[in-house]
Design a protein around this ligand. Sequence first.
Ligand SMILES: [Zn+2]
Ligand SMILES: [Zn+2]
Length: 578
Amino acid sequence: MKKAKIETIRHSLSHIMAHAVQDLFPKIKFGMGPAIENGFYYDFEFPQNISISDLPRIEKRMKHIIKRNISFKKRKLEKKEITKLFRNQPYKKELIKDLPKNTASFYESGNFIDLCKGPHVKSTKEIDLTAFKLTRTAGAYWKGSEKNPMLTRIYGVAFKTKKELTDYLSKLEEAKKRDHRLIGKQLELYAIYPEIGAGLPVWLPKGYRMRRILEDYMIKLERKYGYEHILTPHIGKDTLFKTSGHLDFYKESMYSPVEIDKETYYLKPMNCPMAIIVYKGNLHSYRELPIKMGEFGTVYRYEKSGELSGLSRVRGFTQNDAHIFCTPEQLMTQFIEVFKMLKIFYRDLGFTNYKFRLGLGDPKKEKFKYCGSKKDWNHAEETIKKALEKTGADYYEAVGEAAFYGPKLDVQAIDTLGREESISTIQIDFNLPEKFDMNYVGPNGKKQRPYVIHRALIGSFERFFAFLIEYYKGNFPLWLTPEQVWIIPISPKNKKYCKEIYQKLLENNFRVKIKDESESLSKKIRTGQLQKIPYLLIVGDKEMKTKSVSPRFRGKDLGQIKLTAFIKRLTIEIEKKK
Ligand SMILES: [Zn+2]
Ligand SMILES: [Zn+2]
C-alpha cells in the first residue's frame, strides 16, 4: 500500500486522539486539532482536570482504535444538519456558524465525527503504532484569545518510523536541558515578574552584565566601521507613525495610545521613523553619505499572551538596530561591509554554522504589492546577489519572502541540535524614503532620494540571549560569562592569600568572587559547577606557599600553576574569544 504523507498521518492522529478522548471522557467538548511541525495537537474542554499522567491511558486507547483498522469517510451536509450532529459541542457549533458556505464537509472515523476538510489516511492501518507519542498538555485559549475560555491542549509527536520518533525524542530531551527559561533561572540571568507584566523580562545583575559586555562589544565594532549612535525615546507622536505607515499597516502589533497635553502618542514598534527624523534634521550632501546611524532601540510589539515565551517571545525588546543612509551606487559596498561585520560577530560568538536567506520580491505580484519602482527593486536584488557571491556566502533564495518595502537578507544561525534561529537581518527600504520625503544634495546640486538600509546584527538582545543560552547550555565563552573565576579557600588561614589573588585578578579586569561562606568545600565546588563558573580556584597551604593556584576549568583539573601564568592564560582566552 502507498504510504500516506506524514502531514496526513499527523492530522489523522489528531482525529484519533480526539476519538480516544471521547471514548474515555464521554462529556468532553472539542475545540480544534491540526497537524503541526513534528506532530499534532487537539484542544479540549475536559469535565475534570487532567494532567500528563493521563496521557499513557489516552495513548493506549489510540493504539486500540488504530488496530481496529478504522477508515475515514468524508461526508457533506447542510450547515443546519451538521449543527444537529454537534448538538452538545458549543465550540464546534461556533465553527460551523463561521463557515462561509451553506454546506460543509466533515469526517467520520468509527463512532467519531469531526468538522474537517481533510485529507486523512484512508484507514488507520497506514499509521505505524510505534511511531507516535503524546508528549504534553498545555493551557490554550479558545481561538487564541484571552477573552475566551481556557482549553486543555494535548500535544503529540508523530513520524513515519519508530527510529525517527526515537531520534526526535532524544533531541527533545537535550533541548529541554538547554531550555533558556530553565538555565536563565538557574543562573539568575533574567526574570519575569507577574507584578511587572507578562512578556516584559527583567535583566538580573548577571544577565545585564553579559548584555553590557555585548553592547560594548557591538558599539566598538560599529564605531570601527564608522557608525555613530543615537538613542531615541520610547514613545512618539501619532503623526510620526501615520507618516511612516505603521498606523495603517502595523497597527495590530501596536499598543493603545497615551494622551499627553491633548496630543496622541504611541509606544514605538520600530526605531526607523525616529532615526529618519534625525537624518532629516540636517541637509545632507552626497559627500557625507553613507551615514550609518546605530541605536540600541527598545521597541514594543503586541504578542498574544499565550504566545509569550521566556526571552524568545516578549512584548518589549531592544534591538541592535542601525540605519544606513546611502546613495544607490553605495549599496554594494555597504552590503559587503555589513557582511564583514557579520562574519566577525559570528566568529567572535563562536557560531560556526549559519546560512543566509535572501527574501526576494515575487515578480508575479510586483505591480501593486510592493513599494518602490521595478527598476530600484531589480537594482537592489541584483546588487545583494552580487555582494553575496563576492563574499562567497552560502545563501538560498526565497522568492516572495521580501518585505513589502524591499528585499531582505536574514541570517539563520544553526545550533548543535540543528535548530535554526533568525538572528541578523539586513533590509532595503523603498517605502520610508518616499513617505518621509528624504533627500540629499547630489553632485549636480539637485535633491536626490537616498537608499535606506535597516540592519540588525544581534537582532533583539532578548531573542539573541535565548539563543545564546541554549547554544552554549549556559557554558558561555570566557569573555562573555558573567562570573569568570571563583576563589575557594580550603581553610580560614588561606583567606589572606585568596584576597591577594582576588586583587590581582581584579586589577586585570577579570570578573571574580571569593567564596568564603561557611559551607563545605565540596558544596562550594558543586555550586560553582552548577553556576557554570569556568574557573574554580581551590586554595590551600600548598598554593599559598608557592604563590600559585590549582584551577579547575569546567570540571577538569589543570594542576598547580603560578598565579602569573594563570593570568596570562585567562588574558589569552579572552583576547582570542575562545
Ligand atoms: Zn481532519
Ligand atoms: Zn529600521
